[in-house]
Design a protein around this ligand. Structure first.
Ligand SMILES: [Zn+2]
Ligand SMILES: [Zn+2]
Length: 281
């Protein structure tokens, strides 16, 4: 079976373990045909980021060259064993895309794909990294349905942005990570569906992220219910483990393939130089 992992990190981001080469070797050992490296793009230039432990969220700007040189070197070294694809996972922070692009634009021609992500919500008293366990108490201070509403509003802005460069919408229902689930279920589905319509309209790809199986919520992002809506809308998908340790590469992919096939999916997306193609599953 062709198995491709389009979401991995490594020690350069300061919160994952293992070198890029450790991840490549693990992917080969597991029999994957493609591994995508998309470590977190730097945060240090974002205005207002001072209250967030951003040094632990990504590589620094002065590590970008090392990251790209290392990934290219590994791509050549292991080309007979596996396809290595090069990308980034990039935070969308509204109104700060220009400064992001001043750092990203010169690198775009070297990339195969980009994950667009929302991990940080902008609240009245500053930025909140909602998937960082150290700030979990904020879930008790804000209405859970408001959190989901803000998360989808923020995703919709990302998806509609003409300036923000990305190919794949990652972990589509991330606020559920700590098993904090929406109460007003119908409103949640409505907001998620509006966001999916925008994804379809903009011809974007979505990630099915298996890291949720390792978290309190114990299921992939997005849920089966959302995957069924995505299937009806004919939105392209690919798989990502969101590995932060080498042994997490390809996490629960066999199980995930069975789930998506049961829903009806027959293809997965693949990226080269930010051009999408498809493989049969
Ligand atoms: Zn990470
Ligand atoms: Zn992420």
């Amino acid at each position: 079976m062709i198995l491709e992992d389009w979401h991995t990190h490594n020690e350069l981001c300061h919160h994952a373990v293992g070198t890029l080469e450790d991840y490549a070797r693990q992917a080969i050992k597991k029999g994957l045909t493609t591994i995508g490296f998309n470590d977190h793009f730097p945060y240090e230039f974002y205005n207002g980021i001072e209250n967030v432990p951003y040094e632990e969220y990504s590589m620094r700007l002065d590590e970008l060259d090392l990251y790209l040189a290392t990934t290219k070197n590994l791509r050549d070294k292991y080309q007979k064993n596996i396809n290595i694809k090069i990308g980034f996972e990039i935070e969308f922070i509204e109104s700060q895309v220009a400064v992001l692009n001043s750092h990203l634009s010169p690198l775009l021609s070297e990339l195969d794909y980009i994950h667009g992500s929302v991990h940080i919500l902008s609240l009245e008293n500053g930025l909140w990294p909602m998937d960082d366990e150290r700030f979990i108490e904020v879930f008790e201070k804000i209405d859970i349905d408001d959190i989901y509403a803000q998360f989808y509003q923020h995703n919709q802005k990302m998806i509609s942005s003409k300036e923000f460069e990305f190919d794949i919408v990652s972990h589509f229902d991330l606020p559920k990570k700590f098993n904090k689930l929406p109460v007003k279920k119908a409103e949640f589905i409505e907001q998620a569906s509006q966001t999916l319509d925008l994804i379809k309209k903009n011809d974007l790809t979505m990630e099915v992220n298996t890291s949720g199986f390792r978290k309190a919520v114990k299921e992939q992002y997005p849920s089966n219910e959302i995957l069924e809506i995505m299937y009806d809308l004919d939105i392209p998908i690919l798989l990502g483990s969101d590995a932060h340790a080498p042994e997490e590469v390809g996490w629960e992919f066999e199980k995930m393939i069975q789930i998506i096939k049961k829903i009806g999916f027959t293809q997965l997306a693949h990226f080269t130089n930010r051009k999408r193609s498809f493989i049969d599953i």
